[in-house]
Design a protein around this ligand. Sequence first.
Ligand SMILES: [Zn+2]
Ligand SMILES: [Zn+2]
Length: 339
Amino acid sequence: MSLIEFRTEGIYIPRADVFIDPWKRVKKALITHGHSDHSRWGHHSYLCTHQSKPIIRHRLGNINIQSVAFGEEVNINGVKFTFFPAGHIVGSAQIKVEYKGEIWVISGDYKIENDGISGLFEPVKCHRFVTECTFGLPIYSWVPQESIFNQINKWWQHNQENETTTLLTGYTLGKAQRLLAGVDSSIGPIYVHGAIENMNAVIKSCGVQLPDTIHLTPDVPKSDLAKALVLAPSGSTGTGWMRQFKEVSIGNASGWMQLRGARRRGGADRGFALSDHADWEGLNWAVKQTGAERVYVTHGYTDIFCRWLQSEGFNAEVVKTQYEGELSEESNMSSEVDD
Ligand SMILES: [Zn+2]
Ligand SMILES: [Zn+2]
């Protein structure tokens, strides 16, 4: 019996009768992180990290959910499971699965750069590594976040001089908190869209420190917003919600902004290539760090990344899953955007 099987419901561990990030309803689901393509509604029970628990509860309501600390070993029918930091969003984990000396690691989504709130990606030695590759093309090469945040701060200050509101968009879970943690909050007031306000409250309850923000409600006078930074989900820019701004400059923070044209299509004035996923170099680094001889590629530019790994001498294959990339995470969050 293989320790792990790729089934139509998700990644399955037969000996323990549990799934990791399943996309169909199952009895017991171990969850890497709170994004909607990895933690879906309808499972009988959930197991995740302590920090992911309030996030998943916030998204899915009153579910049967238990949590563990990073590094804490859980034994299910003799199979040992341990959650390690994935550095992707608050609470995100890779899951190590071990049975009689055989070790697999399921990465979920991950990024290498330390954003200060999501934990530091920790390479885990294993025989088989199951990896995402959302940005698995050589053109995706992130510049250090310090440089991106300098650009954002300068843009905000420039807008202030022109009495123009700075509206920065990014997805509600993960990107919004990373932006908050990274911008220079001494520049001016920071307002947030209701969906982000709610998510921030949950994230703060996990013990994560974020700068003070003001909930942007219809009774905030337009004049108060001239020097402000406003954080909102990307989906909000095409809606009536925009009427509350006089002069506004729109920026979007996403890995896709690395590509010319993506910004224009998104209707933004500025694009900031800031991603919560590993870039090409990061993916390659992570795979090598695990020491795995077999690599399974789950979502993103799977065919290209898999062929590249094969040419590098890895025994690599593409696995069909229902995980989605950064853009889809945004659209999946849109139900929370309307609130
Ligand atoms: Zn994710
Ligand atoms: Zn994902």
